[in-house]
Ligand binder design. Structure first.
Ligand code: TNX
Length: 538
């Protein structure tokens, strides 16, 4: 109910504030030619759209004396405070010390309050007025998401890494905000092309700004095995030694992988590692001859075909291999999930596929993790608690969709990644230089304009755990490439995952998205300037 009341009000007040701000900018130009007073971004003019926005009172302007105040006894709040300071210091040039709550007044206050039940596990409240801004949450993750809101309410220039003039003003009022879904993911395929720890961290930071909380890493495929496994060392050293196009590839040592996981955790993202099985396994089959039914290792593969490889489902050594890999990967994974792939196993018979999944899923459980599989797993016997990731499209056959719906009715959770909506490797238009087009062209509106809660017929709304935007990298080989394909579509996925269904509105979304253009620019992100969006300048 609250959503129905507050969202239209947000829009109304938003436009009102825009008009007012334009008025201020217009009259603010002094006759001697001094710069016009810059507009204050209307409260709630952010992505993803907040649940409830109530503009009121006066704005708050940061100064060189602003402190970030945290509860004296909370290390978690202090960590979020330190992160906020690190985000704001470069452009503001202010010291922004992180201090105990009682050592200062006003300024930015971060409060952890276990009683705020309505804020849930990830929600927050932001109250801003003349004296300062207070963020309240039940959990550090909630505070962290609140920090992203505060950051987006500030002028885009705050994203620069060198001092800018300001002023740094936040509109007055209250935002109360909780996510629609607990799973809001982005996937990066580090197999088709390898990406360094630094490149992955850069993408993590970009995700965090839009409240994405899950990084799914596609760690193995035909073209490369990217994670060190001590019991099967050639997987990484040989299986990881190339990539699409024949480049040198690479892999993460366990220490490097832990570094990614820890960095993601510092941004309140959970990492979901994927080892794709039984298909998409040429890199493993090339590394160990005994994994092949005929005992002969194929050569490494650097092309982009899919569906030609399979683990040998009837050999015992296959399950020794799977047990070792899952054991070592689970030990590197503080997160709940382990993704076992299971897509496009075109070289495995259905019977073998089902038998394989029946043996492999209990191994995941044995090492304390919950299975995620691509939605082909719905056609086998998903383990209790398992999630399946739907990657079909409008033209996917009714029988396949019905199979997924049946699994959902029987308790299997769903993550939605429809390829003709959320695949970030699809071209925007026929003129997009990078990307593929097998699922069609996916412009910004198409990526955003659908409802995950009502997407697949026959699926109970409660089965939908969230959304994920995968980026396959057959044609993507640098951070600039990642950013060209992910931005701005990733923001649509973030909003579908976070914002209430009642806030879903393409017109309103494209206006707010337009305001992210200058922010992405300030961050050095070269995004797709879709003609569907009235990009702003600041
Ligand atoms: C399908 S989606 C695949 C990937 C490809 C991708 C390219 C899925 C589970 N499998 O192997 O990289 O299409 O868009």
């Amino acid at each position: 109910m609250r959503q129905h009341r507050t969202i239209p009000r947000l829009r109304l007040l938003g436009s009102l504030l825009l008009v007012l701000a334009a008025g201020v900018a217009g009259t603010g130009a002094a006759p001697d030619g001094a710069a016009a007073a810059p507009a204050v971004r209307p409260l709630g003019d952010i992505v993803p759209a907040p649940t409830s926005v109530r503009p009121s009172g006066s704005p708050y302007t940061l100064t060189a004396r602003t402190a970030i105040r945290v509860d004296a006894d909370s290390r978690a709040a202090r960590r979020v405070g330190a992160y906020l300071a690190s985000v704001l210091r470069p452009a503001t040039g202010y010291p922004l010390p992180v201090v105990d709550d009682d050592e200062a007044r006003g300024g930015i206050r971060l409060r952890l309050d276990a009683r705020g039940r309505e804020l849930g596990d990830e929600g927050y409240r932001m109250e801003s007025g003349r004296q300062g801004v207070t963020l309240t949450a039940r959990t550090p993750a909630g505070l962290f998401h609140g920090v992203q809101t505060l950051r987006q309410q500030l002028p885009a220039a705050v994203e620069h890494d060198t001092p800018r003039p300001g002023p740094w003003t936040v509109a007055g009022g209250t935002i109360t905000d909780t996510p629609r879904y607990g799973y809001r993911g982005a996937m990066l395929d580090v197999s088709r092309h390898f990406f360094t720890v630094g490149q992955v961290k850069r993408y993590i930071d970009q995700m965090a700004l839009y409240k994405i909380n899950t990084l799914h890493l596609h760690l193995s495929d035909d073209q490369g095995w990217r994670i060190a496994v001590d019991s099967w060392p050639r997987l990484a050293t040989y299986g990881g030694s190339t990539q699409v196009g024949g480049g040198q590839g690479g892999f993460y040592t366990k220490a490097q992988y832990r570094e990614i996981v820890a960095y993601a955790a510092s941004r309140h993202l959970e990492v979901v590692p994927e080892i794709d099985m039984p298909g998409h396994t040429n890199a493993a089959l090339a590394s160990y001859a005994e994994l092949n039914c005929d005992g002969v290792a194929p050569p490494l593969y650097t092309g982009t075909e899919v569906g030609f490889s399979s683990l040998c489902v009837n050999k015992d050594v296959t399950y020794d291999f799977v047990d070792d890999v899952i054991r070592e990967l689970a030990a590197l994974t503080p997160g709940r999930y382990l993704h076992i792939g299971g897509d496009e196993a075109h070289s495995t018979s259905h019977e073998d596929y089902v038998a394989f999944m029946d043996r492999v899923q209990p191994v995941v459980a044995k090492y304390g993790k919950t299975v995620i599989g691509w939605h082909q797993l719905a056609g086998a016997r998903p383990a209790p608690g398992a999630l399946v990731q739907y990657w079909g499209l409008d033209r996917t056959g009714d029988a396949e969709k019905a199979g997924v719906a049946r699994a959902a009715q029987n308790g299997t959770g769903l993550i939605l990644s429809p390829a003709d909506r959320l695949y970030l490797d699809m071209k925007y238009t026929k003129d997009t230089p990078l990307g593929l087009s097998w699922a069609g062209y996916v412009e910004v509106r198409r990526a955003y304009d659908w409802d995950p809660g009502a997407y697949l017929p026959g699926v109970p709304a409660s089965a939908v755990r969230g959304v994920e935007a995968p980026l396959w990298t057959e044609t993507v080989s640098s951070s600039a490439h990642i950013e060209r394909m992910a931005f701005p579509r990733l923001l649509g996925a973030a909003e579908l995952g976070w914002s209430p269904a009642a806030a879903h509105d393409w017109e309103a979304y494209r206006q707010r998205l337009a305001g992210q253009g200058p922010r992405l620019e300030a961050m050095g992100v070269d995004f797709h300037r879709s003609p569907q969006v009235p990009w702003r300048t600041e």
